[in-house]
Design a protein around this ligand. Structure first.
Ligand SMILES: [Fe+2]
Length: 293
């Protein structure tokens, strides 16, 4: 694959771990300026109380303000099914544009039906400021970025490559964590394998940043590895595992998994770019569709 690589650019990456959902959010800064981006932010929800708070997002905002950075982008690697995005909350405080893969339209169509949304829910991605296509490009300050379409976990997954750092969303986990599930509506294990191969075709020394880590076998939480380490050691795809082996394993494993605790609120909010839906009187309100997943 002929990627427009810039391995000589080393963005400064600061990670924020959300223990409630095992999500890692990032602030990525252009070392040549004050420009930065936020990747995969988290908004907190207490499901029992229906209470939304912003402690995690406030930590990121405080960091960006203290460093004197300028926020240019709020990137979602995909429509997350296990946590709510805080992108609009952060955008309101710090500005920046919210971007996601253009296949968000497929996710909006699928889940628009599941949540029986009316015509006021637009399925055209217009809730976002930018929809990225495969091989798209944009900048953070002086850093050029390119995107790789990496579906399989969801239909809208994109990997963002910023200098020598790639943000892979939920395509890969750390080598001892393997890969993410591919059984959500619109997911596909074969597609996920093909997407992972696109990432493994990047240079071996490329830094890879995960969206999740669950500390398998009791190890401490980690979020950074390399293409070379994943190729060698990833327990699901490393060592040259074939597509057939991966699809069989992934399909069998996924059949044993229960739905993520926050999937229903997450999708309703995240398919709206992080906005909480409102009822006919304008009050923030979430639905609980019964036996729909
Ligand atoms: Fe995900």
């Amino acid at each position: 694959m002929n990627y427009p690589l810039h391995m000589d650019i080393h963005p400064e990456v600061t990670a924020f771990f959300d223990a409630g959902t095992n999500t890692i959010s990032y602030v990525v800064r252009d070392p040549g300026s004050t420009a930065c981006a936020v990747i995969d932010s988290v908004m907190d929800i207490d499901m029992a109380a229906g209470r939304i708070t912003h402690d995690g997002a406030d930590r990121m905002i405080g960091f960006i303000e203290a460093q004197g950075y300028d926020l240019e982008w709020l990137i979602e690697t995909h429509v997350h099914a296990d946590h709510l995005s805080a992108a609009p909350y952060i955008q309101e405080k710090l500005g920046g544009k919210i971007g996601i893969g253009e296949k968000i339209l497929l996710v909006q169509d699928t889940f628009g039906k599941i949540f029986n949304e009316g015509t006021e829910f637009q399925r055209d991605g217009s809730q976002f400021d930018r929809l990225f296509t495969d091989g798209d490009s944009y900048t953070i300050g002086g850093m050029p970025i390119f995107t790789i379409y990496t579906p399989g976990h969801t239909p809208a997954c994109m990997t963002h490559v910023i200098g020598d750092a790639a943000f892979v969303g939920d395509t890969l986990f750390m080598p001892d964590g393997g890969s993410a599930r591919a059984d959500f509506p619109g997911g596909d294990a074969g597609q996920l394998y093909d997407s992972i191969q696109k990432i493994l075709a990047l240079p071996e020394e490329m830094r890879l940043f995960m969206c999740h880590d669950y500390g398998p076998n009791g190890r401490d939480i980690q979020w950074e590895t390399t293409v070379g380490a994943e190729k060698r050691d990833n327990i699901h795809v490393g060592g040259g595992k074939t597509r057939e082996e991966f699809v069989r394993f992934r399909t069998e494993r996924d059949a044993t998994l229960s739905m993520p605790r926050l999937i229903l609120p997450s999708l309703q909010v995240n398919m709206r770019a992080g906005e909480v839906p409102r009822d006919k009187d304008g009050r923030p309100m979430l639905k609980l569709p019964i036996n729909s997943l």
